[in-house]
Ligand binder design. Sequence first.
Ligand code: NAP
Ligand code: G4F
Length: 331
Amino acid sequence: MTKRALITGITGQDGMYLAELLHEKGYDVFGLVAGQNNPKADLLRVTHPYVEIISGNLLDLVSLIRAVAHAKPDEVYNLGAISFVAYSWENARLTSDVTGGGVLNILEAVRFFQDSSGRDVRFYQASSSEMFGKVQEVPQTEKTLLWPRSPYGVAKVYGHYMTINYRESYGMHASSGVLFNHESPRRGPEFVTRKVSQAVARITLGLQDQIALGNLDAKRDWGFAGDYVEAMWLMLQHDHADDYVISTGETHSIRELLDIAFDEIGISDWSERVHIDPAFMRPAEVDELIGDSTKARETLGWRPKVGFDELVRMMVRHDVDDQSKRAAGAQ
Ligand code: NAP
Ligand code: G4F
């Protein structure tokens, strides 16, 4: 029997990689898209023509009930969220509703479908290392105390525990992936890795002189999104639902990110190219994240393939090519 999967957040970075992975594995893939004329839906129709788009919004329980009833999924991946941490301070209510309350809505839609159809559905929740916030342990594991430092982080904690609660209350096969930062050439330009790779590309092409950044001392455990969606799928193939940290086990500062990105275009001293703009500082910072993914490695057989240096260079090379094409197109 062909398996069926419903992905919320399909127009995002992870949604696109996951859709490709599931399609390669022979799944029928359904994607929830919000908005009445979302331009990303048009793009998705071109890049991922095999995805059946379903209109719906994580804020609208009825739309989710209809979406799940239409897709009749064996697996639901809840990737939809307001995911930009900085934005969440300015839009705390909306972030809480979508990133937190949306999890409850999709869990309820899945439960309603299971009860009314008698079919079993496996559920994945996109939890985040941002939940560790002011870290209480180094490295962070599935057992580390959560201490979120942003409205986004608080909303993710709510979704995380709601997922665990549905597993324990209703016996749902509901797993939560506590994923550390993961990036790619598809990463949104608001996130620091892509902001840097795009700026560095424009600098080497003579289209920009400098890049404005915030805290250069923060450290993240950065992996490649293509590797991380495989972990999501592996969680739902396991007999038992559980929570898993997904990380590389290495941490790097924004300064190290800049070292590699500028090195890729032949600049060794980037100090004249970067200026600090207080506008990019956060009300509360997550200073250092580093994950211990031993459980996922031992239980699921998962491991990351792309390292930090390769990831950053891949993104810069992609953006040099992309920005060159844009510049040529503008002439
Ligand atoms: P992303 O690129 O920002 O994608 C977010 C997706 O959510 C988009 O498709 C967006 O749709 C959708 N969305 C937003 N509001 C929605 C709503 N009200 N109803 C339905 N869909 C909505 O994020 P990502 O990097 O792919 O991350 C995927 C998930 O993993 C997110 O939940 C994120 O919080 C979580 N996560 C990410 C990382 C990471 O490092 N990337 C790490 C840990 C956890 P439109 O843009 O079309 O509106
Ligand atoms: O790239 P970022 O915006 O990612 P952040 O805040 O770690 O969040 C990402 O990863 C989380 C997993 O831990 C996800 F849950 C979340 O959805 C998202 O995908 O910022 C990374 C670091 C921060 O410390 C930030 O202060 O980079 C620092 N930074 C310094 N200058 C900057 C900038 N971040 C951004 N976005 N822009 C800057 O100019």
